[in-house]
Design a protein around this ligand. Structure first.
Ligand SMILES: Cc1cc2nc3c(=O)[nH]c(=O)nc-3n(C[C@H](O)[C@H](O)[C@H](O)COP(=O)(O)OP(=O)(O)OC[C@H]3O[C@@H](n4cnc5c(N)ncnc54)[C@H](O)[C@@H]3O)c2cc1C
Length: 378
């Protein structure tokens, strides 16, 4: 790590937001440093369904999606807690690819034009006299612009004392996520969302004839099952016959599931001590909407356009921060609100049934709700 080099852009976190930003910055000729605390490739808790709104952007980064031969997903199947199914067309649609493959592919592209420091955790980023000093486990660097692309929850949120971290547990901020890769005869064009008490579980195909099985539920649901995931799956999830069939017949490819806790859908600040927050660090959409990854990449594109204007002296730092916050809210504000609203309706026995029946009976309602949680291609 060269502490005498002044980077144009430093990126904390190398998930989709961070990697996409590093590639854009590096390809445009800027000096970019990206810090990722893990080593690629690695698995992440994520449903791994990517909305087609981001397809051309992903390809513009240099990913040959066609080369993966991934089938398109054009139908959403949802079941209520009793396993009763309804199906809806996904007008925009999407595709499935594991984070293990996609993030690693982007990492390979990013390191061609950016300094990517892996197994390198950032502990602070301090702003003084127009530049930042970033401290990490591998030393320090200096940068003109810093972006927080560090995902849903990080040591830095605690350091910045961001309000969502300090909130008491509520219906918006205390979820857990669990993920498996499995082999199961899930139709290629289908993403299924099976509800269970206080949660929902998605399944769709990814590469190599595998499926991603991923669910979100409240921390309370797990606690009631004696903090034992297997018990919760048997006693709560398997009450839905659709999930019972998956859990009892699929081949599970990991010994243990991948898990995360403390998932929060609360509002977050978009700029913290002059650091632009991008991706989940800026705000997380509920996974049932299936487009957090697209939002992460889209927000990196918005951030990069404005960072470029700042680095070219076209706008001040103050204008950069204001414009970024404004553009972010315009693009994602109402999608996040709709996602939170829909989330509240899922998981309750009665509300899920009524919601799914209304969507089934009036397809135009389904189309509007699905549309409200998705964006246009960018
Ligand atoms: C259960 C669940 C299911 C989901 N399903 C879907 C889905 O099907 N489709 C979809 O589009 N979205 C889905 N999402 C949302 C999606 O996973 C996120 O929106 C997306 O990963 C956000 O990308 P990101 O780059 O902002 O963050 P991340 O991908 O989380 O990347 C952040 C990175 O920062 C690193 N990091 C953190 N702190 C530091 C530090 N101090 N120093 C260095 N590195 C650090 C982390 O290791 C991580 O690699 C789901 C989310 C959950 C919880």
């Amino acid at each position: 790590m060269n502490s005498s080099k002044i980077y144009d852009i430093a990126i904390i976190g190398g998930g989709l937001a961070g990697l996409a930003l590093a590639i854009q910055g590096g390809k445009a000729g800027y000096k970019v440093a990206l810090f990722e605390k893990e080593e690629y490739p690695y698995h992440k808790v994520c449903g791994e369904y990517i909305s087609l709104e981001s397809r051309s952007f992903i390809e513009s980064l240099g990913v040959d999606l066609q080369g993966f031969g991934i089938p398109l997903i054009d139908t959403l199947q949802a079941s209520d807690i009793d396993g009763k199914i309804a199906e809806f067309p996904l007008h925009q649609g999407g595709f499935g690819i594991s984070r293990y493959v996609l993030d690693n592919y982007l990492f390979d592209i990013a390191k061609e034009s950016a300094d990517v420091f892996t197994k390198c955790k950032v502990s602070s980023a301090e702003y003084k006299s127009g530049q930042f000093t970033i401290l990490s486990t591998a030393g320090h660097i200096v940068a003109k612009v810093v972006t927080g692309c560090y995902g849903k929850k990080s040591n830095l949120d605690v350091k910045f004392r961001r309000p969502f971290i300090l909130q008491k547990p509520s219906s918006l901020n205390n979820y857990i996520g669990v993920k498996y890769h499995i082999r199961y005869p899930q139709p290629k064009n289908l993403i299924s969302l099976h509800n269970f008490k206080n949660g929902y579980c998605g399944i769709s195909n990814i590469e190599d004839d595998k499926c991603c099985l991923c669910y979100l539920t409240t921390a309370e649901n797990l606690r009631s099952a004696g903090s034992n995931i297997k018990v919760m799956e048997q006693e709560v999830l398997a009450k839905n016959p659709q999930l019972d069939r998956i859990f009892s017949t699929a081949e599970f490819l990991y010994k243990e599931p991948l898990t995360i806790s403390g998932v929060s859908f609360s509002s977050k600040s978009l700029v913290e001590d002059h650091i632009l927050m991008v991706g989940d660090a800026a705000g997380m959409i509920t996974p049932l909407c299936g487009n957090g990854m697209s939002m992460a990449m889209h927000s990196s594109k918005i951030a990069f356009g404005l960072i470029q204007d700042f680095l070219e002296d076209k706008i001040s730092r103050h204008a950069l921060e204001l414009s970024y916050s404004k553009r972010w809210k315009q693009e994602f504000g109402s999608r996040l609100r709709t996602g939170r609203w829909v989330q509240q309706l899922f998981g309750g026995n009665f509300t899920t049934k009524v919601f799914l029946r209304s969507m089934n009976a009036v397809p135009s309602i389904a189309k509007i709700i699905i549309g409200l949680t998705h964006g246009k291609p960018f």
